[in-house]
Design a protein around this ligand. Structure first.
Ligand code: BGC
Length: 800
């Protein structure tokens, strides 16, 4: 009997395993584990969330399954509903299971015994008694604009998860795009911008895997809403998929070498992602060369046979019926080749797991975790308004409002939730700077009123509106009124899943700081920023609109009757506000500092750049700290195309760098651009195209604060030059093209007639026009003429 040892041992295993065993291996054993096969040396592997810390709730669900094994009936179909129900049971126990709070007798005796047993197991599970840490979720990480900070979070979370025996850490990262602010899971992912996402996502996966853990990127693809999350069908153009929704995943596969990709719940253009051959096989595996495993989202396989055929390798969770799969393999509906491919990919993942390699961090390095979480919060917290209020002086007299001052929302709920008592509290952290703190009242010496208001984010449910949570909205209104009646300065801290409606309050607020969901060290970082120990350097990874109705998706979210039209196409986030000429409240990339910066100079290594170049075009940007304190700033580079055939956004982020500068210091930052940065995806060409012409390189400190602009001439072949697909209007405008038509088609071509037709039918492609207007000639001759024509037309060097 062969055993799993390394990659070379896989072919022999494939020979020996029966088709049934292979199927058994590709369907989960329990809610979060896979089937072990001891005779082949294959262990059972634990898949658990996630990027914000170890999800103990999921662990407890697993434990409940061990204590009360469900009947392992092969016809049993695990649905999301049933796994959610057991999740709901576990949720009710969590408060007691993770603490020593006495179990109330509202639970029946059996439940009380179960809770005690779970409590014992959780205690035994904790490495040296340490609870999991809660790390900042994606949006705060996006706001750092700093890959090295993100790496450190990935490293710390991976080590903690290894100490908790996790093998595949789910959602590391979630790189879905912020399409609509009301998405319940918005907080989990980085940004509305694909470039920023694609720069951070692979770093997270790499950090996780560098520790010896398997990373998993989710949810592939375009998982952008929670309403009807399992059934929704999204109608998305291929251009929007390629330019907006896929780049984060592509980079995580190609640069992050992520080993596991989670297929999403939603459908794209009529096909569920887990059953989408184009997405999973043609794009992910064939085009991008992904060699790892596709695991379904939990309960996201709706048709097991279709999913395996399409390229989904592992179906989670289990147990669930395998009969259909046995039959499909037997009848050849699923080929042995596909089955072996899925097994091979899953085995390759197992080979890299901590369990297989006997790797474990026996303890949690709390210092390492806290430093990583702190640095992320310190660099992500974003200052949005400051009317000479911040930083505060030590000893300032402050009054705190809002229950969140005691404990922030550190992460959202669902798979990103972390049950832990490792946290920092604003009330306590501020006490490091001042003794003059009162809460929920204004004393006679109060100078500043600090209000923390929240908008929670939750898996399974979209936000009903873009407002604060109801209770906090009331508190916010009342405390602002109170503060103003007492003539106090108001500092509002946003502890929010995403953008909130701020217009009703904005004029009454003297300072505004957004912390998103900042993880366990959020309060410490916030206190250090408020009192100026560090200067804020976070930048919005998502536009804050003035009102929800201003957003690009307001008329297309969350869809109707199970369908959502992605009518905004590629115009997601700032691409939309820019194009429509709308003034958002705070633009993408915006964030204030306690210092002042300038960008005195920008230079290009070349004045022109060929679209076939393998070497980069280098943009050198000088940035100077003009202020009196050390601070960090983000140099942001956007590209604008002057005159493109395809409709393009006004500008697109194509480079950024965060720098730290001493007072008066200046440095030169070099940003490299490649041909792809000038490209768009053309659905006709089925490829990325770079059109020659003039482009502007815009450098600044937000998408709306551009300090310097420089032009570059892009040279190279013109995908939009003359061809048989050109419109007759275009052909008529280009003398060379008309001459070529005359030369090749001779008497068949009537220039006068072409001119007349241009008036009413100018947008007709040349080929279609010729076929309509030229009398039938023999087919072979016609093909020859067309071929010759195309060859000569593309040689016309067309300048617009
Ligand atoms: C979520 C995933 C998560 C999985 C396992 C699903 O409901 O959509 O993000 O990783 O559960 O917990």
């Amino acid at each position: 009997m062969s055993k799993l040892v390394n990659e070379a041992s896989i072919p022999a295993l494939l020979e020996e395993m029966t088709p049934e065993e292979k199927v058994d291996f590709l369907v989960g054993k329990t809610a979060f584990t896979t089937q072990e096969m001891p005779k082949y040396g294959i262990p059972s592997i634990l898949y658990l969330d996630g990027a914000t810390g170890v999800n103990l709730l999921q662990y407890v669900m697993e434990m409940i399954g061990e204590i009360i094994p469900s009947e392992n009936n092969d016809e049993y179909e695990e649905t999301e509903q049933s796994s959610n129900e057991s999740g709901a049971g576990a949720m009710a126990y969590m408060k007691y299971v993770t603490t020593d709070i006495p179990v109330p007798d509202t639970f029946n005796l059996k439940e009380q015994q179960l809770i005690e047993a779970l409590r014992q197991r959780v205690k035994e599970l904790r490495p040296n008694g340490v609870e999991p840490g809660c790390f900042p979720p994606g949006t705060l990480l996006g706001a750092t604009w700093n890959p090295s900070v993100v790496y450190k979070v990935g490293e710390a979370v991976s080590r903690e998860a290894m100490a908790y025996n996790v093998d595949v850490l789910l959602g590391t990262p979630n790189t879905n795009i912020h399409r609509d602010p009301k998405n319940g899971r918005l907080f989990e992912s980085f940004s509305e911008d694909p470039y920023l996402s694609a720069k951070l996502a692979p770093v997270f996966s790499k950090a996780v895997q560098d520790q010896g853990m398997v990373a998993d990127v989710k949810h592939f693809a375009a998982n952008n809403q929670e309403t009807l999350r399992q059934g929704v069908d999204e109608l998305i153009s291929e251009r929007a998929l390629r330019e907006i929704y896929l780049p984060g995943f592509e980079a995580t596969v190609k640069e992050g070498n992520v080993l596991s990709v989670m297929s999403a719940y939603n459908s794209i253009n009529g096909v569920p992602c887990s059953q989408n051959h184009w997405l999973l096989t043609e794009v992910l595996k064939e085009e991008w060369g992904f060699e790892g495993q596709v695991v379904s989202d939990w309960g996201g396989v709706y048709d097991q046979v279709a999913a395996l055929q399409a390229g989904n390798d592992l179906d989670m969770p289990g147990p669930r019926g395998k009969e259909k799969l046995y039959r499909a393999v037997e009848s050849g509906t699923i080929s042995l080749e596909r089955l072996d491919d899925a097994v091979t990919r899953t085995l390759k993942v197992i080979l890299k797991t901590p369990k297989f390699n006997g790797k474990k961090y026996p303890e949690i390095d709390t210092k390492l975790s806290e430093t990583a979480a702190y640095n992320a919060a310190a660099e992500g917290i974003t200052l949005l308004k400051n009317e000479n209020v911040l930083p505060l002086n030590s000893g300032a007299s402050i009054s705190l409002f809002g229950k969140l001052s005691n404990r922030f929302i550190e992460s959202g709920s669902g798979s990103a939730q972390v049950d832990t008592s490792r946290f920092t509290s604003l009330t306590t952290e501020l006490a490091r700077y001042t003794e003059n703190i009162c809460t929920e009242e204004i004393s006679k010496d109060t100078e500043f009123v600090i209000i923390t208001a929240g908008a929670s984010g939750q898996e399974g449910k979209d936000r009903p509106d873009m407002d604060f949570d109801v209770e906090d909205q009331k508190m916010l209104e009342e405390s602002i009124r109170y503060a103003k009646s007492e003539n106090k300065k108001v500092i509002l801290l946003l502890n929010v899943a995403g953008p909130v409606e701020l217009m009703p309050y904005i004029d009454s607020i003297d300072a505004l700081v957004c912390m998103y969901f900042p993880g366990m060290e959020g309060a410490r970082a916030m206190a250090d920023i408020l009192f100026g120990k560090i200067s804020p350097s976070g930048k919005l990874p998502i536009t804050f609109p003035k009102t929800y109705r201003q957003t690009p998706t307001a008329i297309n979210f969350p869809g109707e009757y199970g369908k959502v039209n992605y009518g905004e196409g590629i115009f997601v986030g700032y691409r939309y506000y820019d194009y429509k000429g709308f003034e958002p409240l705070y633009p993408f990339g915006f964030g204030l500092s306690f210092s002042k910066f300038s960008i005195p100079k920008i230079e290009l290594t070349e004045k022109s750049y060929d679209s076939r170049s393998e070497n980069p075009l280098r943009v050198k940007v000088e940035i100077k700290n003009e202020g009196l304190i050390e601070a960090k700033e983000v140099v942001q580079l956007y590209i604008h195309s002057d005159n493109s055939t395809l409709l393009k956004p006004e500008k697109e982020l194509k480079g950024f760098k965060k720098v730290s500068l001493l007072p008066g210091e200046s440095i030169i930052v070099t940003i490299e651009l490649f041909p792809k940065d000038f490209a768009s995806y053309d659905t006709q060409h089925k490829d990325w195209t770079v059109e020659p012409g003039n482009y502007e390189i815009l450098v600044g400190r937000s998408s709306r604060q551009i300090d310097k602009t420089i032009s570059v001439e892009i040279t190279g072949p013109n995908p939009y030059g003359c061809s048989l697909n050109s419109t007759i209007e275009f052909i008529e405008k280009h003398e060379c093209a008309v001459e070529v038509c005359k030369e090749v088609l001779g008497n068949y071509f009537d220039e006068e007639r072409l001119k007349n037709n241009v008036i009413y039918f100018g947008s007709t492609p040349l080929k279609v026009y010729l076929e309509k207007t030229i009398p039938k000639v023999n087919e072979e001759e016609w093909e020859r003429l067309l071929h010759l024509l195309e060859q000569k037309l593309v040689q016309c060097d067309v300048k617009k």
